[in-house]
Design a protein around this ligand. Structure first.
Ligand code: ADP
Ligand code: LRH
Length: 487
């Protein structure tokens, strides 16, 4: 029979890819068969101004990628056995009984959630919320976005809220499920029981059936709808298998750590900085430090903080690109910027990368400078200086977060693993080693897709059982780059 292959659909806030994973003799190899850009889009008139994801466009790209996966499988005499889907967290689409979607999903960068924080907290106190969900307070958590739907008069009865990966799985299979790692980012999920926090749905007047039944990573969601199989050329038997559908859950599952005493930084649009635990930390100190207890694969706890990320850099670059285009010039590339930033003197001004003032798009270099000025500092307009400020500030935030994660959880940390797109940023990795005083192991870049593939492979009996063994498969397949602290 043809060798089983596993297709990972991994869509981040800045780009998506469809990757085919092949497991063989203790190693895993990946073939990227399709890449596509992603980004927030502003709603066209008459609703001009609100921020959304182009879900229809993304789904078209998923289909292109799956067709490419089928074609690739044929060339290596393999067969796609299953598909796993992961994306960023918290956002969702509303689906009616017929499966129709009420407009493109909102992006968490839209300000509508922040406007509902006070009214939600009047009904459920922040202490109660944390006791049950263990979730970091972020103004865009699903719970606040749903309150915004109510405030806008949106009819939520007879509808399902499907988080983005669940929505894509629904479009592929017709089956409505909620995968638990991503459900844990809603603010409506009980971190200890591993179930929906139905008392909070009731307290907010949300329908009890708003979310579909939960599934765990490794569970089968359904089989491809016949028209999707025909369209993509995938076998009619291809299943969609739940993985850590929260991209960060898949990334953490594939951190190539050898022992237990490690911290991870999943570095992309955001930086997810923390440790893996067996049970949640729901203390008042943890709430005040704004740490989250998100669910990981195998019921683990991803004890982490969502720290600002490379959005600050990519959004700055977008501004410089726009300015250069209107001046008829060309802005420096990412590589050029990082080389120039590395030559800047250390110890310059820093910003609070977690500040809410950086969530919305637009004019990022100006906002970074304004934040420096607000603290009495000065930052000149040269892109290299701005990039150095962003990276120094990120590294300082990583160091503080790793220290606090260890203190609040009691988990010892001897090494930091950086995975995701940001693991290629040598300056950021070195600054992180310097700021933490710990060795940094960088890579793999595609940890999220690896975690996605490995959980599917394990469900099919093609990968080992324990998380440690899965991590060993990643370590055997990937050479990390090591950065030692330089004082
Ligand atoms: P997300 O999943 O949130 O879309 P990724 O994990 O794909 O994010 O990471 C994207 C980020 O990785 C970019 O914003 C960029 O800063 C960084 N990056 C990508 N390629 C490189 C590179 N060659 N060198 C340094 N940094 C890179
Ligand atoms: C990273 C991520 C992160 C969430 C944010 C909304 O892609 O999923 O874990 O906090 O997006």
């Amino acid at each position: 029979p043809a060798a089983p292959l596993f297709a990972a659909v991994d869509i981040g806030a800045s780009s998506g890819r469809v990757i085919v994973g092949n497991i063989g003799s203790g190693e895993v190899s990946l073939e990227v068969v399709h890449r596509f850009p992603n980004g927030v889009m502003e709603h066209p008139a008459p609703e001009h101004g609100s921020l959304h994801w182009d879900l229809d466009g993304l789904f078209d790209q998923v289909l292109v990628g799956l067709a490419a996966a089928a074609e690739y499988a044929a060339t290596v005499v393999g067969q796609i056995a299953s598909i796993g889907i992961d994306t960023w967290a918290v956002d969702y689409g509303l689906i009616d009984a017929d499966g129709a979607m009420a407009g493109p999903p909102f992006s968490y960068r839209d300000g509508r959630g922040a406007k509902q924080v006070v009214s939600v907290h009047e009904r459920i106190s922040p202490e109660q919320l944390y006791q049950t969900t263990g979730l970091q307070h972020l103004p865009f958590n699903t719970i606040y976005q749903l309150a915004a739907e109510q405030a806008a008069g949106q009819d939520l009865t007879a509808r399902h809220a499907l988080l983005i990966p669940d929505l894509i799985a629904f479009k592929l299979t017709g089956v409505r499920r909620a995968e638990s790692t991503n459900a844990s980012t809603t603010g409506l999920f009980d971190a200890v029981a591993g179930e929906w926090a139905t008392e909070f749905l009731a307290a907010l007047g949300l329908p009890a059936e708003l979310f579909p039944p939960l599934v765990e990573p490794g569970d089968t969601i359904g089989t491809l709808r016949p028209e999707i199989a025909a369209h993509t050329g995938l076998p009619a038997t291809t299943t969609v298998v739940a993985v850590g559908s929260h991209d960060t859950a898949s990334a953490v599952a594939a951190v190539p750590a050898a022992g237990k005493n490690f911290a991870y930084i999943s570095s992309g649009t955001w930086s997810l900085v923390g440790v893996e635990l067996a049970i949640p930390v729901l203390s008042e100190a943890s709430r005040l430090a704004n740490f989250t207890n998100e669910r990981g694969v195998d019921g683990t706890i991803r004890y982490l903080r969502n720290v600002g990320g490379l959005w600050l850099l990519s959004e700055s670059m977008r501004s410089w690109d726009e300015a250069a285009a209107s001046a008829g010039t060309v802005a420096p590339s990412l590589t050029e910027l990082l080389v120039a930033a590395a030559a800047e003197p250390p110890g310059g001004p820093r910003i609070d990368v977690d500040s809410q003032e950086f969530i919305a798009p637009g004019g990022m270099p100006g906002r970074v400078r304004a934040a420096v000025h607000a603290k009495g500092g000065a930052l000149d307009t040269r892109p290299a200086a701005v990039v150095r400020c962003i990276l120094e500030s990120l590294a300082a935030a990583y160091a503080a977060t790793v220290r606090e994660a260890a203190e609040l959880s009691g988990q010892a940390v001897e090494v930091i693993h950086i995975v995701g797109g940001g693991s290629q940023n040598e300056l950021l990795c070195q600054l992180t080693a310097n700021a933490t005083g710990l060795p940094v192991e960088a890579g793999p870049v595609e940890a999220t897709a690896l975690g996605n593939v490995l959980i599917q492979a394990r469900a099919a009996g093609a990968a080992p059982a324990t998380r440690g063994e899965l991590r060993a498969v990643v370590a055997a397949s990937h050479q990390c780059v090591r950065y030692l602290p330089i004082s």
